[in-house]
Design a binder for this molecule. Structure first.
Ligand code: GLY
Length: 333
């Protein structure tokens, strides 16, 4: 078992990574918790025992269930049960569950503790760690949310064996990103160490910039095109698949802006291909629509903002030249 910490002063919390980690849930609950609201989905084949009185609350499947209606339903069900600030929410699932339950926990009674038990690879290396919670609007993904740090995170690598192959690859898309954020030889590490290395990288970034005043934006490497593809395709692509294409696009864009050389682009292609992830735009993608969606990205303030590799590593860069954006899209068609 590998134990890590997200360093946030008196809100620092533990992340347990390893086989069977879910059996240590009781140990990481905040002291004095009497009741636990377990939030999960019908399809999640993982049960947990918080060791105290608990009830299970089921939310809908898929990105379409991650909305304000679900948050209202959860809060009303918790209120009916009488959940208090002295109790705790335990979110058991992937990003949809931890984002939605985490946001409901952030606003219920102006905030009650939440522990995330991440059951997908994507949840373990990204969604469950770092305190970003939120839900979708019809206008776009994650447009409503709050920073609400969990009390602890559990990443049980045993449960990843139950994932359908496409869901596992979905997590690998998010994992591949860390290969360009300083995690060396990621693909060679055993699973537990690979997950822990990604969590350690994210924990360091979140500890330095919890609310994304600057540096935390690097965790969105590959996400500007990724989010645009997900929105344009009505979630036809899985998030990690969209991010994988976004990583290649970011490299092609950085090449055209003179920030990286062709060898670095080839390195992006090698890493993404090693996870058997897509590298090209889905057929039928409309470059003009994608560029319009770039401007609606949450990172965009004055113009179109990308996280790009370069001589100083990965950083936030404003890109104004539409011809360059278009040329890089043509390179991944
Ligand atoms: N998923 C990016 C972040 O947590 O900042």
């Amino acid at each position: 078992m590998i134990e890590l910490e997200v360093p946030l002063g008196d809100r620092s919390y533990r992340v347990l990574v390893g086989a069977g980690a879910r059996h240590r849930l009781k140990e990481v609950l905040p002291a004095g918790v009497q009741r636990v609201a377990v939030v999960t989905q019908e399809s999640i084949p993982v049960t947990v025992d918080p060791g105290v009185e608990h009830r299970v609350f089921i939310i809908g499947e898929g990105e379409h269930g991650k909305d304000l209606g679900t948050v209202e339903d959860l809060c009303r069900d918790w209120a009916e049960w009488g959940l208090t600030r002295g109790d705790c929410v335990v979110a058991v699932g992937g990003g949809v569950v931890t984002d939605t339950a985490g946001f409901a926990a952030a606003i219920y009674h102006r905030g009650i503790p939440v522990v995330h038990v991440a059951t997908t690879l994507l949840g373990q290396v990204d969604a469950a760690v770092g305190g970003k919670t939120g839900v979708n609007l019809p206008e776009g993904k994650n447009l409503v949310g709050a920073f609400w740090q969990p009390a602890a995170v559990i990443c049980d690598t045993d449960v990843l064996a139950t994932l359908p192959p496409r869901e596992y690859r979905n997590g690998q898309g998010e994992m591949a990103k860390y290969a360009f954020l300083g995690v060396d030889r990621l693909a060679d590490l055993p699973l537990e160490e690979a997950v822990a290395a990604c969590v350690a990288c994210k924990a360091e970034v979140v500890g330095a910039d919890e609310r994304e005043g600057g540096r935390r934006a690097i965790l969105n490497y590959g996400h500007t095109l990724g989010h645009a593809l997900e929105t344009a395709g009505d979630y036809d692509l899985r998030h990690g698949e969209a991010v994988a294409i976004g990583l290649i696009y970011a490299a092609e864009l950085a090449l055209r802006l003179g920030r990286v050389d062709a060898a670095r682009v080839a390195e992006h292609r090698r890493v993404v291909a090693s996870y058997d992830l897509p590298m090209n735009l889905p057929s039928g993608s409309d470059p003009a629509e994608l560029i319009a969606l770039f401007a609606r990205d949450k990172k965009a303030i004055n113009g179109i903002t990308f996280v790009l590799d370069g001589p100083n590593g990965v950083e936030l860069v404003e890109v104004i030249d539409q011809a360059v954006l278009l040329a890089a899209l043509e390179a991944i068609q």
